[in-house]
Design a protein around this ligand. Sequence first.
Ligand SMILES: [Fe+2]
Ligand SMILES: [Fe+2]
Length: 189
Amino acid sequence: MSWSGAGDHVRLQARHRVRRFVGALRPVGPSPEDLDWAGTLLSDREAELLAAMAPADQAHVLRVARSVDTATIDPGSGLLDERDWMLPAALLHDVGKSVAPLPVVGRAVVTVVLWIGGDRWATGRTERAGWVGASARYASYPELGATLLRSAGSDERVVAWAREHHLPPGRWTVPDAAGEVLAGADDRD
Ligand SMILES: [Fe+2]
Ligand SMILES: [Fe+2]
């Protein structure tokens, strides 16, 4: 593994969301080889959480983790010793989506609502049945994912990245250099 700094990634932008939307219309899961590799990086409880994700979401996080694994890291960045939590963080950053089973169109609608500032709508609705509850949970899936991971006993940095991966860098608690690599891999997929 040779890693270099992720540098100039941008946070999730429209073209990434469009590509992800189109990709999700073709729900292809990860390969058996990728799942075997993921199993070597996760605890049993974390592997169960990964397995509960939709196939297209599993394929996405596997691509993100492969990208992080093959990134070129500057030896002076201090990240060479961070692999043990960064790869699980890549594999589990979107795990909260598993408790918000929405069709692709529903995800797109929630995303648009969030863009125009409707995040308050989700408050108090996450326990509701049907599409209302699923939409509210999708709107808050980073926080729900962090809760799942904490219950599973994950490393606190893995928990933090699930919560923080759509926040701007200034609000990360994970080291900036690690967040840049993780966010860059996520944004490129
Ligand atoms: Fe995400
Ligand atoms: Fe992601």
